[in-house]
Design a protein around this ligand. Structure first.
Ligand SMILES: [Zn+2]
Length: 65
């Protein structure tokens, strides 16, 4: 099951596949997939790793002087 949300009326629901029409307001093409919470968390994780890499690089540069 995937979570979907209508961009028109903000109605949120779970379905196996993305429907063409919003089941609440009936608009076509307004239904968008809602990202999983775990996806958002992994995005933050990779961002934190990148920040750590930058910090390490900065430290390495300081050593050079
Ligand atoms: Zn709707």
């Amino acid at each position: 099951m995937t979570d979907f949300q209508c961009t028109k009326c903000s109605y949120r629901f779970a379905k196996d596949r993305r429907p063409l029409n919003c089941p609440y307001c009936g608009k076509t093409g307004t239904v968008e997939e809602v990202p999983e919470a775990s996806d958002i968390l992994s995005d933050i994780d990779s961002h934190e790793k990148r920040m750590q890499e930058i910090e390490t690089m900065k430290r390495e540069m300081k050593k050079g002087y």
